[in-house]
Ligand binder design. Structure first.
Ligand code: BYC
Ligand code: FE
Ligand code: FE
Length: 482
């Protein structure tokens, strides 16, 4: 069999020629039961035996790479799929710029590369763990199906990283693969590696904010790794990005539908004041200030995922040719960055000041800036809906220094508007900037599941269309005894 075709006869569908590598196949088959145990324990709670209308990746061709059908999630075919090789691909940046891309791990960079793959791999199951209770409060079968689709694909992304670890890193790769299903989001004893992946995703507003902001960090990081000089990582990430587009869609349209519904309900009831929270909530919709608070939280948590603004790790990854810039192949410069600078925002004598730093050191800041620009489009569209409903309110991304735990602004008290204040003042006003326990109690009471075919909870607008030509009123999830 050509290794390019996807082999579906095997336990682990793949286009990497697994059948001709018995040792690797055995290693992955040994890992498989532990993965399934993890999925049963930590995957979507309560719906493991339920038929869900899911897409499964069956090819890596741009046209028609997925098939759709009813699947019980534990039976999902999590496969290993790499994008087609690009002929003549070269290392895109750093000291080895222009050399042929590596097909095996360059020995001198082994531990750096393993670290990148492990960090990437760790986020994937973490997000499934964070979202495992959400099926129980789904606003519709359509949304529930999208949640589960995202979940199974994050599971596949874990497989993608585990393949690289097991195929290219021998015994320590196997150990890391095991650790990836041992750590748990929020655990004291074995937490997930990156901060945001130990936070809760307690409700659907958070879920949509998470898929909008945090999955978008995923997109930015995968784009950077898709440019890696280590070709198997590049090909893996390129295919993951095809799936990731749907996660962006879920977050963008999910937030958008909530905001639109609120704006419509306010207009219909002639409620003009967005801060008249009681009246707005009495309409059965979510007030815009609460949406803003959730946005402040998820945006700031996600910014921490870019690491410190100035990072020698980032410089080393780049110089080694392992992780490049966003759209490296479209940037016109020397791709080595010796002597180049990049403007990074710093706090100098209590004032936010843009300072030129060596471009290599500022790579995390640069990717974060690209991320912020990428977020702005969605927010603009949401605000358009608010404006068109005649409501005076504008959602705003908070200042990048707001609520930060990593980097230049960690521990500095800053308002969402970017004013530096005392820690005491920040504590007092926190309730108006970040979701509070009262907000959580309101949402928990408010978000009751809607499992009737074609019904949507009152706080979210219907989508404009269903999934892949199916009507919105389709039984996307066959919820037992609904
Ligand atoms: N929490 O030099 P620094 C996704 C550590 S999301 C805890 O500034 P560096 C997805 C850092 O590891 C994308 N620790 O950082 C989304 C380092 O530790 P060591 C995931 C943190 O290395 C939704 C130390 O602090 N992929 O796919 O330049 C659903 C010094 O840091 C944090 C990747 O992130 C933090 N927030 O950059 C599902 C790509 N930040 O090494 C999935 C791979 C930093 O000194 N990872 N630290 O022990 C990377 O490229 C880099 O590891 C990071 C950090 C960008 C994350
Ligand atoms: Fe992912
Ligand atoms: Fe994702």
């Amino acid at each position: 069999m050509l290794s390019e075709e996807v082999d579906y006869d095997q336990l682990i569908p793949n286009n990497v020629g697994l059948a001709s590598d018995p040792k690797l196949q055995r290693a992955l088959e040994e890992w498989h039961p532990g993965y399934i145990d993890w999925w049963m324990d930590m995957g979507p709670d309560g719906f493991q035996n339920t038929d869900v209308w899911l897409r499964t990746a069956i090819s890596v061709d741009k046209s028609g790479w997925a098939k759709f059908g009813f699947v019980k999630m534990p039976d999902y075919r999590w496969g290993i799929l790499l994008a087609h090789p690009e002929e003549g691909r070269v290392v895109p940046c750093g000291d080895h710029y222009g050399d042929p891309a590596w097909q095996e791990v360059p020995g001198e960079y082994r531990s750096m590369l393993r670290r990148l793959i492990v960090v990437q791999g760790d986020t994937e199951p973490a997000s499934v763990e964070q979202q495992r209770l959400l099926g129980k409060s789904a606003p519709s079968l359509y949304d529930m199906r999208n949640l589960f689709q995202v979940n199974v694909e994050e599971g596949r992304h874990l497989w993608a990283m585990v393949y690289l670890l097991q195929r290219y890193f021998g015994r320590d790769g196997r150990e890391e693969a095991h650790e990836l299903i041992r750590r748990r989001s929020g655990s004291e004893e074995a937490p997930r590696i990156l901060g945001a992946f130990n936070e809760e995703t307690p409700d659907w507003l958070s879920f949509f904010m998470f898929t909008f902001f945090t999955d978008r960090d995923g997109k930015m990081q995968l784009e950077s790794l898709a440019q890696s000089g280590f070709d198997p990582l590049s090909r893996t990430c390129r295919f993951m990005l095809a799936e990731e587009a749907h996660h962006m869609f879920v977050g963008d349209t999910g937030c958008g539908r909530i905001i639109r519904r609120t704006a419509e309900a306010m207009r219909e009831a002639n409620v003009e004041d967005p801060y008249d929270v009681e009246r707005v909530r009495a309409l059965g919709v979510i007030d815009l200030p609460l949406i803003q608070r959730k946005m402040n939280l998820h945006f700031s948590l996600t910014l921490d995922l870019f690491g410190a603004e100035e990072s020698t790790n980032a410089a080393n990854y780049y110089t080694a040719g392992l992780k490049a810039r966003y759209h490296e192949d479209q940037i016109r410069d020397d791709h080595r960055l010796h002597g180049a600078t990049y403007p990074v925002m710093r706090l100098v004598d209590g004032v936010f000041t843009s300072e030129e730093v060596p471009a290599l050191i500022g790579l995390n800041a640069r990717l974060r800036d690209d991320f912020v620009a990428d977020c702005a489009g969605g927010v603009r569209r949401w605000n358009k809906d608010i404006r068109e409903a005649g409501i005076e309110f504008e959602l705003r991304l908070p200042h990048v220094a707001f609520n930060r735990g990593v980097g230049e602004f960690a521990g500095v008290s800053v308002t969402p508007a970017g004013e530096i204040i005392s820690a005491e003042a920040a504590r007092q006003d926190e309730k108006s900037w970040l979701p509070s326990t009262d907000d959580a109690a309101f949402i928990e009471e408010f978000m009751q599941p809607t499992y009737q075919i074609g019904d949507f909870a009152g706080w979210i607008a219907r989508p404009s269309k269903g999934v892949l030509g199916q009507p919105v009123d389709f039984e996307y999830v066959k919820v037992p005894d609904a």
